[in-house]
Structures are given as C-alpha cells and as structure tokens.
Design a protein around this ligand. Structure first.
Ligand code: FES
Ligand SMILES: [Fe+2]
Length: 381
C-alpha cells in the first residue's frame, strides 16, 4: 500500500449536510473521520485523538468541527484543536495537539482523499474521466468488497489472458485450437500503463444491443485497460464505432487483505435508465467470476520479487504495473505494513498529511515507510 495517491473514502451521498455524526472509514489500514461542514465542504482527519487516543469518528459534528467523545477536544477541518475544555475557556491551546488533515475532492459522485504529504503541485491527479459529465454518456455506480489485496484485482484488470478461462461468458474455456493472446502494445502515461486490442467478436446476443450499437453480425471489438497509480484502473470496450463502454474502478485498500472497489460504469448508447439494471447485473455477474479466482490466491499479496511467479508475454502490462509500483516504493511511498501490524496494539500511526512538511512536531508518529531501494524488476517482452 502506498501513500501519496488519492483514495475513495465513500460515495458523496454518504456524507449528508447537517449530519450529527462523522463517518468512520478505514483506508490503508488506518481509520479516518469524515464529515461535511456548514459550507458543504467535506473534511477528513486522522481518527485518533491526540489527547488520549479517543476515536474522533465516534464523536459528533459541532459546526465545522469534530468533537472527541472522550473529553470534548474539538478539531477543525485543518486538524487544529480549537477547543480543549479541561483548560477552561481562555486557555492557549498548544499547536502540537493538532491531528493530520487531508485534502478532499468530490468527483464522479465519490469522495477522493489524498493520503500523503505531497504539496498540491507535486500530487498525482485524480484520473480524468470527462465523459462522466457528457450528456451523451450514462454512468452507473457500483461497490464491491473482496477479501483480497487490491493489487491482485488491479493486475486482473490488466490481464487479457484470463478472459478465456475466468469468464466463460466471453471466452471459450480454451477449447479453440488456435487460441493465443495477441501481442500487447503498451502505452504509458506518467502514472501507469495500458493497452487496447482488436478482437473478432460473434454477433451480439440481444436485439437492443444490436440496434443500439449498429452492429449486426460478426464484428471487431476494441477493448483494453490500464492503470492510473497503484489503485485505479480504466477499462474501455468499444463494440462498434458508435457503441462504447468506459469503466473506472477506484480501489481502496481498507487494509492489505480487504479491497473495497468504487466503480463507475458508463455507456454512450442505450442511455435510457431502463437498461441500467441489465448492465449492472451483467457487470456484477462478470465481477463475481473474477472474485471466484482472486479470493483463493496464495499468497494474498503479490510477491516482492517476480522470480516467485512465472510471467509470460501476456502478463506484459502486469509486469509494467509492478515496475511503476517499484518506482513509487523507490520514492519512499510504500507503507511498512509488517511493522505497522507488529506495533498496532501499542502505536497508532498516522498517514502523514501535507502539513507535516511545515510543522515538525506531532503527537502521533508518521506511519513507517519502506526504505527506497534500487529497481529490481524487469518488464517482460
Ligand atoms: S481522548 Fe479525545 S478528548 Fe480526551
Ligand atoms: Fe475479469
């Protein structure tokens, strides 16, 4: 798991204006308190109170602030303690009582939180999906929660070879004599890799699909996928020149063994909401086929070295994704999960927030990170 990327905490609709209680959300193995302030802006702070470790998310919202349920210390959206009742009304509150506060953006109906200490100019962007606001497109949301390491699921999205076997709905279970995966041509961005492939496709099964896509009979489907940062993927399926599906999956590692996925799945044809259920059912049915192979994988996390798996050319995008992850680890952005786990009953770490670049003295220690090291992983092909 990596700091310095955007992670989806919840859907926008889960944080209501005027609510009494904050929302507690675990991301990257750490708890956070989120609430909507009086202006409607969303605030997110580290959950552990700097006094004596009360859980802020179990307290209440007071105006623009969150109040700890234990002794009433009150923190604003910047993380500063603005009320410390036991000192009396006129006391000067020490700055070191602050908690970490994180940048938040609402986009695509989702609440994105920047979990890291990079300044605004240095931060990776949230993935661009301009079609989300295009009236020609219709998007439906979905949420999945699987007992896996999120990277296994990201790699599954980048894997063109699993369709044939994992998804008998669009593969042939290896029964075709001439089956092979076409060569993949990767295209990198600053934050990931991806590819598109052309595939021969049989006639579309439903009349509405044939009419909506303008494709009658055999055709060519252009489909592909890619990653943006360690935890976001895109999938494009163009079943004809005019009928396109674009899906985006925002993986939030609740912790290293639980992946919550906030998805948005869009189409530029058959936009009538009456078709939503059909597309939703179909997506969830296919996702369930993926879950069936991913949850039993052993080990649960991707190995630290590619030598402990045997990658082939069809795994080219996965190898490239692992190279990207290695560069983020080299930056010193990868959490030292083993140490955090070993310490967890005694030490509440905080994911470092941007304010740690200025203020050096904090009550909660910053979550330990793996030391930067030289790249050790080579791409296939
Ligand atoms: S533990 Fe939060 S106010 Fe005391
Ligand atoms: Fe799949």
């Amino acid at each position: 798991m990596y700091i310095n990327f955007w992670y989806v905490a919840c859907q926008s609709s889960e944080l209501t204006f005027g609510a009494q209680k904050p929302l507690k959300v675990m991301m990257l193995g750490h708890n956070f308190a989120l609430w909507r302030d009086t202006k409607g802006d969303i605030q997110c702070v580290s959950n552990t109170c700097t006094h004596r470790s009360g859980a802020l998310a179990d307290g209440r919202i007071r105006g623009d602030c969150v109040e700890c349920p234990y002794h009433g210390w009150t923190f604003n959206g910047k993380g500063s303690c603005v009320r410390l009742p036991s000192l009396g009304p006129d006391a000067k509150i020490p700055a070191r009582t602050r908690v970490d506060a994180y940048p938040v953006e609402e986009r695509y109906g989702l609440v994105h939180v920047f979990l890291g200490d990079l300044s605004e100019e240095e931060r990776p962007p949230i993935i661009a999906a301009p079609e989300y606001d295009d009236p020609e497109w219709r998007f439906i949301p979905f949420i999945l929660e699987w007992k896996i390491d999120y990277k296994r699921s990201v790699e599954n999205t980048l894997d063109p070879a699993h369709n044939e076997f994992t998804h008998p709905t669009h593969g042939f279970l290896g029964s075709r004599e001439d089956y092979a995966v076409d060569e993949i041509t990767l295209e990198d961005t600053e934050w990931g890799t991806g590819f598109m492939n052309a595939m021969k496709s049989p006639p579309l099964p439903q009349r509405e699909m044939r009419e909506g896509s303008g494709r009658d009979g055999d055709g060519i489907t252009y489909a592909g996928s890619g990653n943006h940062g360690p935890n976001v993927t895109w999938t494009y399926i163009h079943i004809s020149d005019q009928a396109w599906f674009h899906g985006f999956a925002f993986h939030t590692p609740v912790h290293e063994k639980l992946d919550r996925v906030y998805g948005i799945f869009g189409r530029n044809f058959m936009q009538d909401p009456k078709y939503d259920k059909t597309f939703e059912d179909r997506s969830l049915y296919v996702a369930e086929q993926d879950r069936y192979v991913l949850e039993p994988m052993d080990p649960i996390r991707t190995p630290r070295s590619n030598a402990h798996e045997f990658l082939v050319p069809a795994d080219k995008a996965i190898a490239r994704y692992r190279e990207f992850c290695q560069t983020w680890e080299d930056n010193g952005w990868r959490l030292d999960v083993n140490r955090i786990r070993a310490d967890q009953d005694e030490i509440a770490y905080a994911i470092p927030s941007p304010a740690r670049r200025q203020a050096k003295s904090w009550v909660l220690p910053a979550a330990p990170l793996l030391k930067a090291r030289k790249p050790a992983i080579k791409a296939v092909g």
